[in-house]
Ligand binder design. Structure first.
Ligand code: SF4
Length: 216
């Protein structure tokens, strides 16, 4: 037996950040295995199971193979593995600009304050709206982001209601993203403009470049 902290990892890869505030920057992605949710539009079902146990040293070593300061820890749901918190801290200590992509269903309160948290609010169209942990909104910092993946007009209206109810744009940046292949991006852009919303509309750059292939 060993006490070396380890994580189950699906993949570590180098790509362009496809969304959020650092979109377009070359970034190392560390994809942790496992997720307790089952969103209807999930594009990373291959990360639900399998993976390989890696020590934090091995992960840091592999991240260090690439010349970039941007690292994104994603999944699956990375916070489903407790040691994720230590990985985030160690990456920050190494001087990386770290972001965490999380479903919003698990507690984010212990995430290192240097990490940019990208926290989903799951819409009804995701099939997982009941999993939203609204207490997480109290732990958002100004550099964090709340993301809505919008499947249809009803999801849009629900998202606008949450935006207003929780005054989300006063807490941090708010992202509206169309569910790929499900919600027409141009229509969503039109709704955002018509309602003059204080949100950032985004499309997932990596899907326009590489489709839904793993490793991007
Ligand atoms: S939270 Fe993310 S990884 Fe988990 S099922 Fe939903 S989209 Fe997939």
């Amino acid at each position: 037996m060993t006490d070396t902290p380890r994580l189950r990892i699906t993949e570590i890869f180098f790509s362009l950040q496809g969304e959020s505030a650092t979109i377009g920057y070359p970034t190392v992605f560390v994809r942790l295995t496992g997720c307790p949710l089952r969103c209807g539009y999930c594009d990373t079902e291959y990360a639900f199971t399998g993976g390989e146990w890696m020590s934090l040293e091995t992960i840091l070593d592999q991240v260090g193979h690439y010349r970039t300061r941007y690292v994104t820890v994603t999944g699956g749901e990375p916070l489903a593995q407790k040691t994720c918190l230590e990985l985030l801290q160690r990456l920050c200590d190494h001087g990386y600009q770290v972001s965490l992509e999380t479903s919003g269903a698990l507690d984010v309160s212990a995430v290192d304050a240097r990490v940019v948290k990208v926290v989903d609010l799951k819409t009804p169209g995701s099939g997982e709206v009941e999993r939203n942990r609204y207490e997480n909104l109290d732990h958002l910092l100004p550099h964090d982001q709340v993301k809505f993946v919008i499947c249809d007009r009803a999801d849009y209206e629900w998202s606008v209601q949450k935006l207003q109810e929780f005054e989300l744009d006063r807490r941090c940046e708010v992202l509206f993203s169309p569910s790929f292949g499900q919600q027409d991006a141009t229509a969503l852009a039109g709704w955002v403009l018509a309602d003059q919303l204080p949100v950032r509309m985004q499309v997932q750059l990596h899907k326009y470049l590489w489709g839904e292939a793993p490793g991007h």
